[in-house]
Design a protein. Structure first.
Length: 235
């Protein structure tokens, strides 16, 4: 297993991250040292906030039932008494003009329901993560996307919109992807109005980390170049 403490440090400096990256891992059984989540939350992305604040834990499908949209993107079937909640949520969203029903087939989903999901700050991940979620201001997202491009692992996708949680299956299927976030995620996680997400497949994490410092230094040089041009060519 990689040294994730060192990897988190390699990202945190050049990207000036205000929040810790979140490691998300799908497994059939939990590691023995990882505690199970206890409690109730309103959304799957609430677990992102908890992990970014330093908690390591795992969830089971039932922990996600309060989030019909997140259950959909994670391919978690709702139990029969609650099966109508997805259609109710979609009915609200279409009724107020938030989405159109024809948008739904374009939403990325996990190929199968996970038995458990492990959430942890990247540095504390007890297993090799499947996806790592970074959040930060646009300048940090720019650097991370450019590092992914330099490493040859950026997804050939536009920036994703709603729902934010589809960034996880999108990254697994296509590579590193940026997400503008959605109002539900911002409400449940406290993501700032000036922050965005990048989802990085765990398999590509080390390759991107190896390029982040190069990209950050190159951007500093490019900034100097453009500042000089601005001074010389502005009248």
């Amino acid at each position: 297993m990689l040294a994730y403490k060192q990897l988190e440090d390699r990202f945190a400096g050049p990207l000036s991250l205000g929040r810790r990256p979140v490691a998300v891992t799908f497994r059939e059984t939990p590691p023995p040292e990882v505690p199970k989540f206890t409690g109730v939350v309103p959304s799957g992305c609430s677990f992102w906030r908890m992990a970014s604040e330093g908690q390591t834990f795992y969830t089971v499908p039932a922990d996600h039932f309060n989030c019909p949209i997140g259950s959909y993107t994670h391919n978690v079937p709702l139990p029969e008494p609650r099966a109508a909640e997805l259609q109710q949520a979609l009915g609200l969203m279409t009724g107020i003009g938030y989405i159109r029903m024809e948008d739904i087939p374009g939403v990325f989903r996990l190929p199968s329901a996970p038995a458990i999901i492990i959430y942890a700050p990247l540095a504390d991940s007890p297993v090799d993560p499947d996806v790592v979620l970074f959040s930060g201001r646009p300048a940090a997202v720019m650097l991370l996307e450019e590092a992914a491009m330099r490493a040859g692992v950026a997804a050939q996708l536009p920036m994703l919109g709603r729902p934010t949680c589809m960034a996880i299956p999108a990254a697994l299927a296509q590579g590193t992807v940026a997400s503008a976030g959605c109002i539900g995620n911002r409400t449940y996680t406290g993501l700032g109005d000036d922050e965005l997400y990048v989802a990085v497949p765990g398999r590509d994490l080390e390759r991107i980390a190896a390029e982040v410092e190069t990209i950050a230094a190159a951007n500093e040089k490019m900034a100097e170049y453009h500042r000089e041009r601005r001074e010389l060519l502005t009248t």
